[in-house]
Each structure stands twice: as C-alpha cells, then as structure tokens.
Design a protein. Structure first.
Length: 130
C-alpha cells in the first residue's frame, strides 16, 4: 500500500480489506474502517480509508463495488469515502457512488492535542453509497 497509494501511507487498522487478484498477482486493495469523522460514526456507517491499485483497468471500480457488497453483508447501511477535490472521481461514479459534499481542509494540530500534519491540507469531496 505504501508503494502504490498516491498521497497517503497505509492506515493503522480497519474493519476489513479486499484484494483484487489478476492472475497470480494483486492488482489492488481497498481498506474499510470505522469513519474518521466522529459525527459519522453511528455503527451503521463504514469508510473506505484507502484504495490503491497498480493501474489495472477498472480495478478501482471493482474494489469499490466489492467493498460496498461486503459492508452491506456485515450490516452497514452506508459507506463513505473521500477524494481530493482535484481528482475526478470517475471510478466512484462508475461504481454507483454519489458526491454528497465538500470538506474544507484543516489541520489535526490543536492546542489541546499538538500534532504534525503528515500531508498537504487540501479540500476533499465526500462520496457515499447507501
């Protein structure tokens, strides 16, 4: 994951992960976890926290679809994910996702909880199924 994702390292954990095999090799992986935003953590919502592929055609759409099927089978009613506002979201649209909002960039660093931002702060688009 660290070698193939465009702008993030692998997350620390998750609920489940799905790999896409092409022949004897893994063409991509999707990791689904609890929502990062506390307001979305209602026990019925899961979040695609990472998706990375080697560029195999339609791999992203297949992984997004598989993640939704697995999440529904586990009892989740909603699946969310985020893209950078500069990304087109083509694979998400192809898998049936809809854009539900924009999220402005902000730092994790606060006076009560000092942190170092490990990535550039950029506006994001929230996508949803369910």
């Amino acid at each position: 994951m660290d070698q193939t994702h465009r702008h993030h390292r692998a997350p620390q954990g998750g609920l489940f992960a799905i790999g896409l095999a092409v022949g004897d090799s893994i063409a991509g992986v999707v990791i689904v976890g609890k929502p990062v935003a506390r307001a979305l953590d209602d026990d019925y919502t899961a979040e695609v926290t990472r998706l990375a592929t080697d560029g195999t055609r339609n791999a992203c759409s297949q992984l997004y679809g598989a993640a939704w099927r697995a999440a529904r089978a586990m009892g989740y009613r909603r699946l969310v994910t985020y893209t950078l506002a500069t990304e087109p979201g083509t694979s998400l649209r192809a898998a049936g996702w809809r854009e539900v909002g924009r999220v402005s960039a902000r730092s994790w660093d606060t006076p009560s909880r000092p942190r170092v931002d490990k990535h550039e702060l950029q506006e994001r688009i929230r996508w949803q199924l369910g």
